[in-house]
Design a protein around this ligand. Structure first.
Ligand code: TYD
Length: 208
């Protein structure tokens, strides 16, 4: 049995990642591929429990380092119990966010160094990287409009941070994609879901 593929979707809030994950999974299934769609933080019972700790609105939240450790712990469980077994049996894993979100939010946005985030990832998840990371890029106005429609006033603890935090996150994603063009495909996410989906299929070289 040949190895499957591990595809991550990344981008800021309101980029449309989860819609694109769903559309991609449907397109792959039509081609007879086994697909596992998952998300971070989460994807296994233990990691979903950590998600509740990280994104819930009760309490004062976490300091930046505790937050980075919790994301790394959730990811470790997710990689070992769900992602690696699926890829090893030949499935495609489509994951809504992965370690580049920790690099962008806890690193670029939150103040840990990239080396520190990658060290946590090495310890937790053997440094596993996606085969391809689709960076869905949307202009700030488009993202704001989508978020207002989706969340109203009820953004989660991280999504609800101020605009300058999200600007640092976007700048960090931009740097990662420029530094590693072989692993990242930039996708223009300003269009309709179908238009973006067409760009995703082209990036994966699987056409309509
Ligand atoms: P989610 O509701 O999945 O948001 P979105 O639809 O925007 O992806 O919430 C995930 C939040 O967690 C989001 O604000 C990004 C943040 N996050 C991190 O800060 N670090 C991480 O490593 C991951 C995976 C997510």
């Amino acid at each position: 049995m040949s190895r499957g593929r591990f595809i991550a979707l990344e981008g800021g809030e309101g980029a449309g990642k989860s819609t694109q994950a769903r559309l991609l999974a449907d397109a792959l299934r039509l081609r007879g591929v086994e697909v596992v769609v998952t998300r971070e933080p989460g994807g296994t019972p233990g990691a979903e429990a950590i998600r509740g700790l990280l994104l819930g609105l009760d309490g004062d939240g976490w300091n930046a380092r505790a937050e980075a450790l919790l994301f790394a712990a959730a990811r470790s469980d997710h990689v070992e119990r769900l992602i690696l077994p699926a890829v090893e049996r030949g499935a495609w894993v489509v994951c809504d966010r992965f370690v580049d979100s920790s690099r962008a939010y806890q690193g670029g946005g939150g103040g840990l160094s990239d080396a520190e985030i990658m060290e946590l990832h090495r310890i937790g998840s053997h440094g596993l990287l996606p085969d391809l990371t689709l960076l869905i890029e949307v202009s700030p106005d488009v993202a704001a409009g989508r978020l207002a429609a989706r969340d109203g006033d009820s953004a989660d603890r991280i999504g609800g941070r101020p605009a300058d935090f999200h600007a640092r996150v976007a700048a960090a994603f931009d740097r990662f994609a420029s530094a590693d063009p072989a692993r990242f495909a930039r996708i223009d996410g300003d269009g309709t879901p179908e238009q973006t989906h067409t760009l995703v299929l082209a990036a994966l070289d699987i056409g309509e």
